[in-house]
Ligand binder design. Structure first.
Ligand SMILES: [Fe+2]
Length: 295
């Protein structure tokens, strides 16, 4: 029997519920304190190694075994013109081995140039050539990683290409036979760049919603310039913008394979992290009352 595809594997995973995305290396919030003091406030943790996958092993071993988890890697640059070097792939394999998550998230962005880390997301170029290269990269990565990769739409501060992001994501998911993380703030960031900021759902009929396995929400601010508006991720250091919450309300009932909603709370106080998780849980209870992890 042929091995299950990355999409079949994530579709078969259990529903995790509403979780907190935390920076492994940050004490704001400290994942160990969230677990020891506030375990009822979230269903799972998404562990982000912020490009520093080399130094993560000791901390990854401190994630308690009873806490469901996903892994957010950063270093594979899946929308680059060619496959990334071996080192970040081997680092991802090792961190997957330590965490044993049902899937691993990676942004659809390039963050390294000649091996140097850029503190900027160069987002996917929305053309057929870029799509072909990204599909080839994802296929090669999934052939080498023990646990399936779930690519995430990255934040946009500018858009290059002739395709709508939703069309590009659908073709990517079908071409690489994988699921997707839909970051709702990043979707809005694209719409702002494309001049559709007032209609965050523009073009959503071009997105194969059955491919969305996980949704991201995060605090952000929007800056106004003479040329338009730009979305800036603040993660836990700011409130979740209303357009992101509207997208959650509208889309949650329409995602048949939704397994996880992650609130990215890097730089949040414990109180704010828990409040934002409760905010998302409240919306989901109303928009999709039958959804959640099995007790
Ligand atoms: Fe995200």
């Amino acid at each position: 029997m042929p091995a299950a595809s990355p999409f079949e594997r994530v579709r078969a995973a259990p529903v995790l519920g509403v979780g907190l995305g935390v920076d492994l290396f940050s004490d704001r919030p400290d994942f160990r304190r969230l677990v020891s003091r506030h375990r009822q406030g979230f269903d799972f943790l998404e562990i982000y190694t912020r490009g520093n996958w080399r130094d993560a092993a000791d901390l990854l071993r401190q994630v308690p075994p009873g806490v469901p988890r996903t892994y957010h890697h950063e270093g594979l640059d899946p929308v680059g013109p060619a496959l990334c070097p071996d080192e970040p792939i081997l680092g991802c394999v090792e961190n997957q081995r330590l965490l044993n998550p049902p899937w691993t998230v990676e942004e659809l962005a390039v963050r390294h140039i000649d091996g140097l880390y850029t503190d900027f997301f160069f987002p996917a170029i929305l053309t057929q050539d870029s799509l072909n290269a990204s599909i080839a990269n994802l296929r090669a990565l999934n052939a080498r990683l023990p646990c399936p990769l779930l690519p995430e739409n990255a934040p946009y501060e500018f858009v290059v290409g002739d395709m709508h992001l939703c069309q590009w994501l659908t073709r990517l998911a079908h071409g690489a036979d994988c699921g997707l993380v839909l970051d709702l703030g990043h979707l809005w960031s694209y719409q702002l760049c494309a001049g559709r900021g007032d209609d965050p759902l523009h073009g959503i009929d071009q997105l194969d919603l059955s491919r969305v396995i996980e949704v991201h929400l995060a605090g952000a601010r929007v800056e106004t310039y003479p040329g338009g508006r730009i979305y800036r991720d603040l993660h836990g250091a700011g409130p979740i913008p209303e357009p992101s919450l509207m997208l959650l309300r509208e889309l949650a009932p329409k995602l048949p394979n939704l397994k996880a909603v992650t609130i990215e709370v890097e730089d949040a106080t414990e109180r704010r992290a828990l409040d934002q998780c409760a905010q998302a849980r409240h919306i989901l209870r109303q928009a999709r009352p039958d959804w959640g992890p099995r007790p």
